[in-house]
Design a protein around this ligand. Sequence first.
Ligand code: COI
Length: 356
Amino acid sequence: MLDIKITAALTKKEKPADNILGFGRYFTDHMFVMDYDLGEGWHDPRIIPYGPIALDPSAMVFHYAQELFEGLKAYRCEDGHIQLFRPDKNIERMNNTCRRMCVPEVPADDALQAIKALVDYEKDWVPHSEGTSLYIRPFIIATEPQLGVHPSKKYQFIIILSPVGSYYAGGLDPVKICIERKYVRCVKGGTGEAKVGGNYAASLLGQKEAEARGYAQVLWLDGIERKYIDEVGAMNVFFVIDKTVITPSLADGNILPGVTRRSCIELLKKWGYNVEERKISIDEVIEAHKNGKLTESFGTGTAAVISPVGEYNDNGNVMIINDGKIGPVSQKLYDNLTALQWGKIEDDMGWIVKVN
Ligand code: COI
């Protein structure tokens, strides 16, 4: 059990209106910080005013990118209470990433206590309007001032909060995605399944080039054969082919084990859908589209929730999916997942954790 010291901000910010939130642009009045020193472990858990952090310019995070992050959300229910969706799964993934990045793990109970304490302290920041939530961004950075390449002896675990609306400007409108044939996001044995900033830094150029052509994001193919579908970067990806829901398997360690991805698979199986987690090649998708068997595609993620894909562009060859409209599987998942998250239906999956 952490003994969290609280220092209240002297002035409070004005809260933005729900209709201008967007994603990740506004931050609450406080943040959680905890330090780690080799030999001492994690210590000094505290909630302090949100603001810049002072780090030595030689702090290892700036040079060797030893850092990792998570993303989850807090939801305001109609009766006013605030709840989290499967925070245990984010904490488990965070600690898996810690092991991959040689970062000391944060005890799961302490991480959950820290998240709940900060969200509860900032509960007035959880927005009220439909489709809005408080995005929770825990992250760990290597802070040892040292230029030798080795795991840092000092870290900070920080949690910040951001009231958010939709990740994509168009909300639930289907997004357009380019199939990435030039760059790769990761290779087998790399950090593809870890939630580290480096994966996202490596994705920026592909995304920038796709955006210049009017596309929201890119679909990453495996880094070795350039053939199998990995993920979209900000979301995992699903295809409905011949009534079977197919998503790339986690077996190669290339893709992020998304909490929303896993929840969709569990819900679909519960509803009796045929779900396959397996290697799926881009050629299979193109063929299925040609034969009229590809009826839907959608992305899943904490930020993106369920995001239908209306179009894939493969070097100029355009595949329109379901007439560019949201399909029945995506709609059913969206409706049920969001109803669970906002407490509108009973949680028969045991996924909800109340904050207050
Ligand atoms: C999330 O969905 O929480 C993510 O971390 C994806 C993205 C915003 C980078």
